[in-house]
Design a protein around this ligand. Structure first.
Ligand SMILES: C[S@@+](CC[C@H](N)C(=O)[O-])C[C@H]1O[C@@H](n2cnc3c(N)ncnc32)[C@H](O)[C@@H]1O
Length: 392
C-alpha cells in the first residue's frame, strides 16, 4: 500500500469505528481485524501502519469525531508529514479543501472531561490517561520465582513482589513461559490490589466479579493454594476461561459460580455470612484503562455511567451479605472517576450499619475519599480506585 492508501484505509476504518461507538456496535479491534480479512493485499507492515494511524486518531480526538476524515485531519494537524498524503491519488484521500475542519482534539467528550475535572483529574493527570501503557507481568509463584525465572527479554523489576515490566507490544503470549503458566499478564496496580488484601491461609475468599480470573489466580498464587477460593461472575464466556487458565497456572479454585443477573443471591446462598474476604472488582467505565482502550471514552455516555454506578452499588450490597462478622470487603474499579470510587463507598457506608473503611497497606496511590486512587501519571499504572471495608 502507498502511504496515501494507508491514510485512506485509516479513514475508512475510523468511519466504521465511529459508527460502532455511536451505535454501541463492534469495538475497534474487531473492526480492524474484519477490515483486513477482506484486504489480503495489505501486508503486515501496512496493517501495523494503518492500525497505528487509527489509534493515533482515537487517542487525539476527545469528542467522537464527525467522521474518519476529520479525525485523520486532526492527526495531520499534529504530524505535518501526513498533510501531503491527502493528495487525491487513486487510493489516497482527497485533497484537503479550503476551510475543511479537523475534529476536536481533547481528552474526552465535554461532559466526561467535566467529570474528570470534578474528580481532580486535570492537566498532566488527564493527558496521561491516554499515554502508552507498558506491559506488566506477574511471575506465577506457584510455578516459578522472579529471581530464578529466565525469560527471552529482561524486564524492569517493579515494586510489587512478583511484577516485571516490558515495553508495550512485547509478544509475551508467544513465550513458552507464558504458555506453560509461569507468567501472567497483569497490570502492576492489579497485582498490588491483591497484595493489599492481606489474605491469609485457610480463609474463604470470594472473588465476586472474577471475570476470567486475573485476580483470583493472583490470590491463589499468593497463598500457595492454601485458601478456599470461590470465583463468581455473570458472564459465562469470561468465567469459562478461568478453568483452563487455572489449570495452566497450577491454581486451585474451589468453586466457580455462574450468577444469574438480578438473582445472584440464589447461587451465593451457601456463602452468605461465611466469607472471610470478598473482592469486588466491579464492572466500571474503565476510565483508568484508556491507555489500552482509548475508544472507551467514545463509547461511554451519561446513561451508561449511571447504569454502571447502580450496578456497583448492587454488587457491593451483594458482597456485603457474604462477609462474616470481622471479615473484609475490598472494592476496586479501574476508574479514576469519583462516581465510581469514593462516591460508591460513601453511599455504601450510609446504607450499611456496622461497616467502616480501613486503611490499605498499599505503597502506591493517593488517598481519595475512604480509599486510594492510583493513576497513570502518579503511579505509572492503570487508573484504579480501591477501598477496604471491615464488618464489625
Ligand atoms: C472488571 S471486570 C472483572 C475483571 C477480573 N476480576 C480480572 O481481574 O480479570 C468486572 C466483571 O464483573 C462482572 N459482573 C457484571 N455484573 C455482575 C454481577 N451482577 N455479579 C457479578 N459479576 C458481575 C462482569 O461480567 C465482569 O467480568
Amino acid at each position: 500500500m502507498t502511504p496515501a492508501a494507508r491514510v485512506q484505509a485509516a479513514i475508512e476504518l475510523l468511519d466504521q469505528i465511529i459508527e460502532g461507538a455511536n451505535s454501541k456496535g463492534a469495538p475497534a479491534d474487531r473492526l480492524i481485524s474484519a477490515y483486513f480479512k477482506t484486504r489480503r493485499y495489505a501486508g503486515s507492515k501496512d496493517r501495523r501502519a494503518v492500525r497505528d494511524l487509527v489509534y493515533q486518531a482515537i487517542r487525539l480526538c476527545g469528542e467522537v469525531p464527525h467522521d474518519g476524515r476529520s479525525a485523520m485531519l486532526a492527526v495531520a494537524t499534529q504530524d505535518e508529514n501526513l498533510v501531503p498524503l491527502f493528495d487525491g491519488s487513486d487510493h489516497g484521500p482527497a485533497k484537503i479543501g479550503d476551510g475543511e475542519m479537523a475534529a476536536f482534539i481533547g481528552v474526552a467528550p465535554e461532559w466526561l472531561e467535566k467529570k474528570l475535572t470534578d474528580s481532580g483529574i486535570t492537566g498532566d493527570e488527564a493527558e496521561a490517561l491516554l499515554g502508552r501503557a507498558s506491559l506488566d507481568i506477574r511471575v506465577n509463584t506457584l510455578k516459578a520465582s522472579r529471581e530464578d525465572l529466565e525469560l527471552p527479554e529482561e524486564g524492569e523489576v517493579l515494586a510489587a513482589p512478583n511484577a516485571l515490566r516490558f515495553p508495550n507490544g512485547t509478544q509475551v503470549e508467544q513465550w513458552p513461559q507464558y504458555r506453560d503458566g509461569l507468567i501472567e499478564i497483569q497490570d502492576h496496580a492489579s497485582q498490588w490490589v491483591c497484595e493489599a488484601m492481606d489474605v491469609q491461609a485457610g480463609e474463604t475468599i470470594i472473588d465476586l466479579c472474577a471475570g476470567a480470573g486475573g485476580k483470583t489466580l493472583a490470590l491463589a498464587a499468593k497463598l500457595g493454594n492454601a485458601a478456599s477460593l470461590v470465583a463468581c461472575d455473570t458472564d459465562k464466556r469470561r468465567l469459562g476461561n478461568l478453568a483452563p487458565r487455572a489449570e495452566r497456572a497450577g491454581a486451585q479454585i474451589d468453586h466457580t459460580v455462574l450468577l444469574n443477573p438480578g438473582e445472584e443471591r440464589d447461587a451465593l446462598a451457601p456463602w452468605i455470612g461465611k466469607a472471610d474476604r470478598v473482592l469486588i472488582d466491579a464492572p466500571c467505565s474503565g476510565s483508568g484503562t484508556w491507555r489500552r482502550s482509548p475508544e472507551g471514552r467514545w463509547r461511554l455516555d451519561r446513561k451508561e455511567l449511571t447504569r454502571l454506578t447502580k450496578l456497583q452499588d448492587h454488587v457491593l450490597d451483594l458482597g456485603a451479605e457474604l462477609v462474616r462478622p470481622g471479615g473484609t470487603l475490598t472494592f476496586v474499579t479501574c476508574s479514576v472517576l469519583d462516581d465510581e470510587g469514593p462516591a460508591r463507598i460513601g453511599s455504601f457506608l450510609s446504607r450499611h450499619e456496622g461497616w467502616s473503611a480501613t486503611a490499605l497497606d498499599l505503597p502506591l496511590g493517593r488517598k481519595r475519599g475512604e480509599g486510594k486512587r492510583l493513576t497513570p501519571f502518579h503511579d505509572g499504572t492503570d487508573g484504579f480506585f480501591v477501598a477496604n471495608l471491615h464488618l464489625r
